[in-house]
Design a protein around this ligand. Structure first.
Ligand code: FPP
Length: 256
């Protein structure tokens, strides 16, 4: 979708260049456990409050005209957490989907997933399939949940798919590899935000983030609000994106 007049006006009112809003923003939502611990609560309490921040990130993205938002909701490595926490996260996902899918659809949000969704509990898989089906024609924002996802898992899957297709080694190139990843058809993120002061990419979109700008904030995920999203956008717009080439003296880099 093109940016609407309201989106352009909102960008301008925030001092942002409406022509340099990234099409795709990816977020590593981190710090739920520490946020809860600071309050003497269980980690699950932090995850529950993290849902409000998911809402804020979606709203912030939609206000400015971001077209794809990918959230790292559950990594392959997260399966190693205590069973109670994993179960609570899965229930939270199902409950949130049940509660919010109608509103997502009304707002024009298409829900998609990347990751080893088949490894999730069947109740999760069912809710996800329903939510994906009922929002499949929405075009304002693609909300992509990375679930049981890791880049290394995704790359192994891609290689298996390519081998199974009988591809010859000389036919393999970066485009073919991209087509075999779960993000096939989705533009690479131009901006990645990680909360909680950690400076890692933790097995997230490694192939897709070859030229992504990173914004790290010390804000813990349950405290993340639209203002933090705008701040990341300001940071992004002050970067000079060179893609390994020469600086563009007009600072008018075409966003890929
Ligand atoms: C990382 O914080 C967060 C997660 C592993 C889960 C993210 C899940 C949510 C925000 C809630 C549900 C999401 C949706 C899409 C409905 P952490 O537990 O690693 O925090 P810590 O580093 O402080 O321990």
């Amino acid at each position: 979708m093109e940016q609407s007049k309201a989106m352009v006006d909102r960008c301008v009112s925030l001092g942002l260049d409406p022509n340099r809003i990234p099409k795709h923003v990816a977020i590593i939502m981190d710090g739920n456990g520490r946020w809860a611990k600071d309050r003497g609560e269980s980690r699950v309490f932090g995850h529950m409050h993290g849902v409000d921040s998911v809402r804020s990130a979606i709203e912030g993205a939609m206000e400015l005209g971001v077209r794809y938002l990918t959230l790292y909701a559950f990594s392959t490595e997260n399966w190693n957490r205590p069973k109670e926490e994993v179960d609570a996260l899965m229930n939270l996902l199902v409950d949130t989907l049940l509660r919010e899918v109608k509103e997502l659809s009304d707002k024009g949000v298409r829900l998609r997933t990347i990751g080893d969704v088949a490894s999730l509990p069947s109740s999760c898989q069912e809710q996800l399939a329903l939510a994906e089906k009922s929002t499949e024609n929405e075009t304002n924002l693609d909300l992509i949940l990375a679930l049981s996802y890791s880049s290394k898992w995704e790359m192994v899957e891609a290689i298996r798919k390519m081998i199974a297709s009988g591809i010859r080694s000389e036919e393999i190139n970066p485009e073919v590899i991209s087509e075999n990843l779960s993000t096939h058809g989705i533009p690479d993120p131009e901006l990645m935000i990680r909360t909680s002061g950690e400076h890692r990419i933790s097995n997230f979109l490694l192939w897709q983030m070859a030229y992504t700008e990173f914004h790290f904030t010390s804000v813990l995920w349950p405290d993340f609000r639209k203002e933090n999203f705008y701040e990341a956008m300001h940071d992004f717009q002050h970067r000079e994106r060179r893609f390994g080439g020469l600086a563009d003296t007009n600072h008018n880099v075409q966003i890929q």
